[in-house]
Design a protein around this ligand. Structure first.
Ligand code: S3P
Length: 431
């Protein structure tokens, strides 16, 4: 359902604590690995966003017993032999992570499956996972020679490969490593730049034989993982919206509690510091192999920066909200080497430039990023979400500092990653 919503700027700053919801990437993986593992897996602080709920539904259709109560999930599986052939196609919704990781598992299961998604997922590239999986012997076909959903997959025996990732993508890395669990011999993935390493961390916790040496990750055959409980840290990609809100709304100070601080994800903190934001990180600790802590951000006078190369995969999902941050910084901010943004939930370079230009920002489009000239005061206006959760949330955070009312065509996509977004926003506005 489309919700057309208007937002007014806040007057007195943002204050308070927010417990951001569980990490989306980690929640998906916990369901996948828990389903492949023998025994009982309990996941705490699971993200109940639509994307992760699709992952749960898929494993239920594949015969795995999964129970949910509030933010905890219990999976009972006997491993590989629990899986059954589903009678109907498996629906992925809008979830790119489910679309890219699931083929890595389905190619090895003794059954035939079809996966399909919503209209936005249906136009996102799939050849990035289909190509290496076919090299391992997988039987996959799909629209446009397997480049687009729907894909049909017939499970078969696989052989390990050494694969140099042509794209900086944790999703592709994870698909190949998952197939590697079922393949004969060893499978090695070599990355151009380090991407999020949740798959490696969690597979190790579930008993896989996985070794990481610089940018090479090697896994050996292990049909059945061993169940293990997972506590999901707060999602830094969701926290990022409120970090930026605190940095740009005058008189603000917000603490984001229990935020995942894994180095492969925390690029936004480096950028905030580099732009002169005032940040304090406290209460750092490790849970389920992942670092987390509390992040306090205070309103600051910001300056422009350059965001490029190895930093990009460490903040790829935060670029829309970083672009808003840059409109409030003195000087120029350059974002480059980020061509992957063109194939996210929407073309995010195009969407960010459209939304922020409509609100009066001074941004130039580049093939692989954008150049933002600050500091500009933002006006109100009618903006589009492009049915992309991160564009919608960026537009709403922008509305906190605009001179006039902002009207957004549709906020329903936010449920994909942050169903509690409006409650959390209300709790810090105190108006
Ligand atoms: C994800 C990896 C990233 C990210 C996506 C989640 C994951 O995609 O944009 O939201 O969970 O592995 P790529 O790895 O394709 O860049």
């Amino acid at each position: 359902m489309k919700k057309n919503t208007s937002f007014l700027p806040v007057k007195h700053g943002l204050h308070g604590d927010i417990y951001v919801p569980g990490d989306k990437s980690i929640s998906h993986r916990a369901v996948m690995f828990g389903s492949l593992a023998k025994g009982k897996t309990v996941i705490e602080n699971f993200l109940d966003g639509e994307d992760c709920l699709h992952t749960i539904e898929i494993f239920r259709k594949l015969g795995i017993s999964i129970e949910r109560s509030r933010s905890s999930v219990e999976i009972n599986s006997e491993g590989f032999k629990s899986f059954q052939e589903p009678l109907t196609p498996l629906y992925l919704g809008n979830s790119g992570t489910t679309a890219r990781l699931m083929p890595g598992i389905l190619v090895a299961l003794p059954c035939y499956t079809v996966i399909y998604g919503d209209p936005f997922l249906t136009v996102r590239p799939m050849d990035r996972v289909v190509t290496p999986l076919k090299q391992m012997g997988a039987q996959i076909d799909g629209r446009k020679n397997g480049n687009f959903l729907p894909l049909s997959i017939r499970g078969t025996t696989l052989t390990g490969i050494e694969y140099k990732l042509p794209v900086k993508s944790a999703q592709v890395k994870s698909a190949v490593l998952l197939a590697g669990l079922f393949a004969e011999g060893e499978t090695t993935v070599i990355e151009k730049a380090k991407t999020r390493d949740h798959t490696e961390n969690m597979l190790r916790a579930f008993g896989a034989d996985i070794r990481v040496k610089e940018n090479a990750i090697r896994v050996t055959n292990k049909n059945d993982l061993t169940a293990c409980n997972v506590t999901v840290p707060g999602d830094i990609s969701s926290a990022a919206f409120f970090m930026v809100a605190a940095a740009v709304v005058p008189n603000s100070r917000i603490t984001l509690k229990n935020v995942g601080l894994n180095k492969t994800r925390s690029g936004i903190l480096d950028v905030l510091l580099d732009m002169n934001a005032t940040i304090h990180i406290t209460n750092q600790r490790k849970i389920s192999g992942e670092l987390l802590g509390d992040v306090t951000v205070t309103y600051s006078h910001l300056k422009g920066t350059t965001i490029a190369s190895e930093l990009i995969p460490r903040l790829i999902d935060e670029i829309p909200i970083i672009a808003l941050l840059a409109t409030q910084a003195e000087g120029t901010t350059i974002i480059k080497d980020a061509e992957e943004l063109r194939v996210k939930e929407t073309d995010r370079i195009n969407a960010v430039i459209d939304v922020l230009s409509t609100l009066g920002a001074n941004i130039e489009e580049q093939k692989d990023g954008m150049i933002i000239h600050g500091k500009t005061s933002l006006t109100g206006g009618k903006i589009k979400s492009y049915s992309d959760h991160r564009i919608a949330m960026m537009g709403i955070i922008a509305s906190l500092i605009t001179e006039d009312i902002v009207t957004l065509d549709d906020t329903s996509s936010i449920a994909v990653s942050y169903p509690r977004f409006f409650e959390d926003l209300k709790s810090i506005t105190n108006e």
